[in-house]
Each structure stands twice: as structure tokens, then as C-alpha cells.
Design a protein around this ligand. Structure first.
Ligand SMILES: Nc1ncnc2c1ncn2[C@@H]1O[C@H](COP(=O)(O)OP(=O)(O)OP(=O)(O)O)[C@@H](O)[C@H]1O
Length: 471
């Protein structure tokens, strides 16, 4: 098993322990140390980092396993590690913010199923290579197995109007909950919003939150100069007061980047008019555009003040005020009104699953897979049953199942490669399933049909695009 060393700057952080391939040894082993720098690898005696997820402004995130859960649950271990050379005051501020992320996650994550839950927060005292003591801080949170909106944007190019409205509603409901707790997120952007594989949206990174405890929201305290360039409104950049509407501004910029497909958000800013220019880049419902524009007003007193106000404005748009959204809003309402009763998160897959659209690459890759896998299965079935009709019926059923599973995203991306590799290996090692065909002929036949599937799908996509342009 690979275990990742979390010491900043460790020259060889990848460690491999063959004994840890065995789960019962993972559970019982005392400790493991980095073979290069001697750093203890099993954090708090419990969490084993396996992979680097990424580095943010205040820390480094690792994917880890929790060895004391029955299924060795995956989790995210974040280590406090501020970037750049900070002075003592800045360092203390960064550390406070890291701790605040833990406090906020503990409060919010356990009450809302679209915010990662906090599992642990602890310091670790270790000796460095010069035999001096060093202290590290770790925060362990729920792992969201999915993709950030930023990653999806890179894959898809841009989001449709229907998709962004669904995202807008979902995040507004989340913000309503967060703001009701007197907390302002302050770092809403596509890289901090994540789609779980089951279609549920999550809000991440509460490292920049401002908690206005004992003060009304927007009370007279400075915002400590934390912002994401391009997403943050003027009041946040100037280090002044922050308000719930500060998050609404960042949410509007987020939605506009998704609609326009512009990944470099600064390119949306027009220095001449001193505002974000986006309407000419996309064709959307003008009322929806007006709502986004009102979320983007620089003057706080003219911008929408609360998430509820925006939700109300959205519900007045006839094409978007659907029964389903009223239900979502009602269920959120009951969640907010009964905070004491909710202590554990329910991790059920939502009934109203968001059917995310497929990128062109995903469609063509799916077609190639279906052609390849379908052919392998048809060959095997034709050689397995003596009755050709039975084989063809079974093959057709499998074919339909393959397409259905992809449409519902039960299988996607690397699953497709794994499934076709397994089927191919089975055919390779069991000649009975190939009949008179040699392995070379099987490959040629499967690849050929896979190419035909891609060609037919491309043709249909082209016709569909042409029709949508004409109609
Ligand atoms: N709970 C989580 N589940 C899954 N992935 C996560 C989770 N939290 C963070 N990540 C991923 O880990 C990486 C680093 O996250 P981190 O929050 O440390 O920084 P960031 O959001 O990329 O940057 P910044 O702090 O500057 O906003 C990102 O790719 C993020 O998507």
C-alpha cells in the first residue's frame, strides 16, 4: 500500500509498504515512518494519507483512509501550510482561519448534507531533520467523490442555462442555511463547489469564512483582506465589511463563468465600464440575466441583500418555477428550522437527481465503449449458447443495459475502461468464448464496430446540432 508523507518539502513522499496490503495489518500496526524523512505516517494513529489532492492558500489536501472504520472510509486530510513568506501576525491569522474552518465544519457539516462533515482536528508535534520540534495542524473531513465545477467546466466547455439555474438554486438554498447561522463563506467560486458522483452539489473550503458571532450580519468588522480575485466584490477587496450579499456577488460571477465558459474570470471584467461584461457573450432568458446583474451590482445597497430574495425572484420566472423546486425549498426550510434535532448527516441519494448533460467527449467515448464491449459480449454469447436467437436476445439486453447504465452515470470514465479490459481478458483466457475466432480477429472486430458506433453517434450529434440551430 502506498502511504504519502505529509512533511512539507519531503523529497520522496511516496512510501510503499507491502505488509499494508493486508487490511488486518493496517488496523493493528503501531506506526509507520517515512523512509526518507522519518515523519510518522499514520496521523493521530488513525489516518493514512494515500495521495496528494492539491495545495490551497492555507494548506495541502491529501486523500486518506480512516483505518478505524469498518470499510476503511476515505477522507480528506488537510494540513495547515500557508503559502508564501508570512510575518508573525499573518501566520497567526492564517492559523486562526484554519482553525475556524474546523469549527465551522463541525457546526455546519453535521447539520447540512451538502457541506462536508468534520471528522477530526488535531496538532502533531514531530522532530525535523535538524532534531528541532515542529508542530503541524491537521483537519480531517468527509471526502466528496466527484468533480469541482472548475474541473467540469474544463471538460465541458460551458454549462447550459437549465444546468446553471439548478446550480444557482442549490447554492442559494445552501447559502440561506449558512447565512442563517451568521456565517459568510467569502470564497464562493467554481473550484469550491463540487458535484458528488451521485449528482449532489457540495460547498467546500470554509477556510475563509467570517463568523459574525454576537454581532448582526454585516456588523462593523473588517474582512481581514481575504478574497479571490475576480470573484470577490469591491467591499471585500477593499477589506471593508462583508455581508451575505458578498457571497451572492461571488455566486453570480461563478454562474457567469459557467455560462460563458470563460475560465479566466478577469477577462470578463471591462475596465472601461468598471463592471463585468457578459450579456453579449451568451443567449439566456433576459429576466434571468437581470437577476444575475442585480447580484453583481458593486454598490451593496443596490444588490440583492439575501439568498431568499434571489430565490423569490427566480421563482417568479415562469419557465423556472417548477413544482420540484418548491419541494426542494420546503425540505430546506424544515432542515433549517430544526437544527437541534439533526446531529448526523443522512447520506441518501436525492430523489431529484440532477441529470448532468454529457460533454461531446463523454458521448463519443461512451459510444466507443458500447461498440467495443457490446461486440465482445455478443461474441461470447454466440459461442456460449447453441441457439442463435437466445444469444442475440441476451446480447441486445446487455447492449441496452450498457447504454442505460451510462445515461444514468452508474458507470462512467475509468469504469468503462475497467469493464472492457476485464471482458477482453476473459475472452483472451477462455478460447471457448471466442469459438473459431483468433484473438486478433476479436480485436479487429470489436475496434471496427467501436469505430462504426463513434461514426454513427457523431453523425447523429451533428444532425441534432444542425436541427437545433435551424429551429
Ligand atoms: N472534502 C473534499 N473532498 C474532495 N476533494 C476535496 C475536499 N476538500 C478539498 N478537496 C480538493 O483538494 C484540493 C485542495 O483543496 P484546498 O481546499 O486545500 O484548496 P483549493 O480550494 O484548491 O484552493 P484555495 O484554498 O486557494 O481556495 C482541491 O482540488 C479540492 O477540490
Amino acid at each position: 500500500m502506498k502511504v504519502y508523507c505529509t512533511r512539507p518539502g519531503c523529497p520522496r513522499p511516496h512510501n510503499y509498504f507491502s505488509d499494508l496490503e493486508n487490511n488486518s495489518i493496517i488496523r493493528t500496526v503501531q506506526q509507520k515512518y517515512c523512509m526518507t524523512c522519518g515523519m510518522p505516517l499514520i496521523l493521530a494513529g488513525r489516518y493514512l494519507p494515500t495521495k496528494l489532492l492539491g495545495k490551497g492558500g492555507f494548506g495541502t489536501a491529501f486523500l486518506a483512509i480512516d483505518r478505524y472504520t469498518p470499510g476503511m472510509r476515505q477522507c480528506v486530510v488537510k494540513q495547515f501550510q500557508p503559502a508564501g513568506n508570512l510575518n508573525q501576525t499573518q501566520m497567526q491569522l492564517a492559523q486562526d482561519l484554519f482553525e475556524r474552518e474546523a469549527i465551522v465544519l463541525e457546526e455546519l457539516g453535521n447539520q447540512h448534507d451538502q457541506i462536508p462533515a468534520l471528522f477530526a482536528y488535531f496538532p502533531l508535534l514531530v522532530e525535523n531533520l535538524n532534531c528541532k520540534e515542529e508542530q503541524f495542524f491537521y483537519l480531517v473531513q468527509e471526502y466528496i467523490d466527484g468533480q469541482t465545477l472548475e474541473e467540469e467546466l474544463v471538460e465541458k466547455g460551458r454549462f447550459t442555462e437549465t444546468e446553471v439555474v439548478q446550480i444557482l438554486r442549490d447554492i442559494l438554498n445552501l447559502l440561506k442555511f449558512v447565512h442563517n447561522k451568521n456565517i459568510i463563506h467569502r470564497d464562493i467560486k467554481p473550484s469550491n463547489i463540487m458535484y458528488h458522483r451521485n449528482g449532489k452539489l457540495f460547498l467546500l473550503d470554509f477556510g475563509a469564512v467570517k463568523q459574525v458571532t454576537n454581532n448582526p450580519i454585516g456588523s462593523n468588522r473588517s474582512s481581514t483582506g481575504i478574497y479571490s480575485l475576480g470573484f470577490s466584490p469591491p467591499e471585500q477587496i477593499s477589506g471593508g465589511q462583508v455581508f451575505p450579499s458578498t457571497d451572492l456577488y461571488a455566486l453570480a460571477v461563478t454562474i457567469i463563468t459557467l455560462l460563458t465558459g470563460e475560465q479566466e474570470v478577469n477577462k470578463l471584467f471591462d475596465v472601461h465600464s468598471n463592471q463585468i461584461e457578459w450579456r453579449s457573450r451568451v443567449q439566456i432568458d433576459s429576466n434571468l440575466g437581470n437577476i444575475l446583474d442585480r447580484m453583481l451590482i458593486a454598490a451593496v445597497n443596490q444588490r440583492f441583500g439575501t439568498a431568499t430574495e434571489v430565490l423569490e425572484a427566480l421563482s417568479k420566472l415562469p419557465q423556472f418555477s417548477q413544482h420540484q423546486d418548491l419541494e426542494t425549498s420546503k425540505s430546506m426550510q424544515s432542515q433549517i428550522q430544526t437544527p437541534v434535532a439533526i446531529t448526523n448527516k443522512s447520506r441518501t441519494i436525492p430523489k431529484t437527481r440532477i441529470n448532468r448533460s454529457f460533454s461531446s467527449f463523454e458521448i463519443l467515448f461512451g459510444a466507443a465503449f458500447t461498440g467495443f464491449e457490446g461486440t465482445l459480449i455478443a461474441i461470447a454469447l454466440l459461442n456460449l449458447f447453441s441457439l442463435t436467437v437466445v444469444s442475440l436476445i441476451c446480447a441486445a439486453a446487455v447492449f441496452v443495459m450498457l447504454i442505460f447504465s451510462q445515461i444514468n452515470r452508474w458507470i462512467e470514465k475509468q469504469d468503462l475502461l475497467i469493464i472492457s479490459a476485464i471482458t477482453f481478458i476473459v475472452l483472451f483466457f477462455i478460447p471457448l468464448l471466442r469459438g473459431n475466432l483468433g484473438i486478433g480477429e476479436v480485436i479487429i472486430l470489436s475496434c471496427g464496430i467501436s469505430l462504426i458506433a463513434v461514426a454513427i453517434t457523431s453523425l447523429f450529434s451533428l444532425i441534432q446540432k444542425l436541427l437545433s440551430l435551424l429551429l
